[in-house]
Design a protein around this ligand. Structure first.
Ligand code: DP6
Length: 351
């Protein structure tokens, strides 16, 4: 490691990392954070986490000396998870043996919005911590940096590895798609104009914390009766979606997107310890979206993450008509709506 003594004076970096919404879902994993199937997601823009990481002199003998603040207040619970993550990955952050770290983290979306923040949080943490490692080693940020950051983000939270790339990205090995990996995500580069600046309006149907964590949900895929079929289906869909995104085949996009959202929830409902995360508002919104599409011939569709909130997806050129529909006909189904869209990926911010 390079000139550590000089740098113990203080290093500060700040990174913003957006959240992402999977079109083909990651559901089921092996050790260590290896997905059972590939997934493909849209990186968002307005829903992000910002972290400011400060390195200073150690005051204890702990291997990882971390103080974690969330929105200005010390958050020991998430701080412990991050400290354990950093300790597990000390080889990538060897400077932690010599310095203490303070992380100040905040989200652009309200705490109670029911939006999963682990993707944007671990994306931002991995980018910032790796940036510091690069500074110690006097290395420049290059393409390898983002690949490594994606791998490290994955080890914090699987879906986080996709947030490190703009636009659309794939995580997981897909037979026939060169460069794909179970270790990190890769960007999808040939995107038809119809899928550029794609819109995602997030209907917050319920803003309570999740009753069943994604970690428990993933583990229920271990002895799920439909697991193997589901994993194969997701790989096939990911592969098809790459062509669909290139060709601009919006009808096929809608078919895969909605079916995969319902498949995710079908997996939850049919696992040995079954559970249900959709709420009446979720179902009403879904039915109205499908009906609106049929009646008005507007290519709007829905997807879901592991919760009751509905993501309404539509091309930019239908923005006015869909947003009018969301503000009127869908109004009773949600408590709040966050208008988001395809984004440009993470950003290093000046301090
Ligand atoms: C339903 O990435 O939150 O959103 O790896 O245990 O942190 P961990 O799980 P997480 O799972 C996300 C599942 C999902 C689908 C997806 O984003 O692909």
């Amino acid at each position: 490691m390079g000139n550590t003594t000089e740098t113990t004076n203080e290093i500060k970096v700040k990174w913003r990392c957006p959240s992402n919404i999977a079109i083909v879902k990651y559901w089921g994993k092996k050790s260590v954070q290896i997905p059972c199937n590939p997934s493909l997601s849209l990186t968002l823009s307005n829903s992000y986490t910002e972290v400011e990481v400060t390195v200073s002199e150690k005051t204890t003998h702990e291997q990882v000396e971390l103080t974690y603040y969330f929105e200005g207040e010390e958050n020991q619970k998430f701080g412990n998870r991050v400290a354990a993550y950093l300790a597990d990955n000390i080889d990538s952050f060897p400077y932690l043996n010599m310095v203490a770290v303070t992380i100040q983290s905040k989200n652009s979306f309200p705490h109670s919005a029911g939006i999963a923040s682990s993707a944007s949080a671990f994306g931002a943490i991995a980018l910032a911590m790796l940036d510091i490692a690069y500074q110690f080693e006097e290395k420049e940020i290059d393409d390898d940096f983002y690949q490594k950051a994606s791998e490290l983000a994955r080890l914090g939270s699987g879906s986080a590895c996709r947030s490190v790339f703009p636009s659309y990205s794939i995580w997981g090995e897909v037979d026939g798609i060169e460069g794909t990996s179970n270790e990190y995500a890769v960007g999808v580069h040939n995107i038809h104009p119809i899928f550029k600046n794609y819109k995602d309006a997030i209907l917050i149907v319920e803003d309570e914390p999740k009753k069943i964590s994604s970690t428990v949900g993933h583990s229920l895929m271990n002895d799920h009766p439909f697991a193997e079929i589901r994993f194969k289906q997701a790989e096939k869909r990911t592969k098809e979606l790459v062509d669909i995104l290139e060709e601009g085949d919006i009808d096929s996009f809608i078919q895969i997107c909605e079916s995969d959202a319902l498949t995710l929830h079908a997996m939850m409902m049919t696992s040995t310890d079954y559970y249900l995360l959709v709420k009446p508002g979720t179902i009403t919104a879904i039915e109205k979206i499908m009906q609106f599409r049929l009646e008005n011939l507007v290519p709007v569709c829905f997807t879901l993450d592991a919760g009751p909130n509905v993501h309404v997806l539509y091309p930019e050129k239908y923005q006015d008509v869909v947003e009018e529909f969301i503000n009127t006909e869908l109004k009773d189904t949600y408590k709040k709506v966050i208008f988001d869209h395809e984004g440009e990926g993470p950003q290093k911010l000046s301090i």
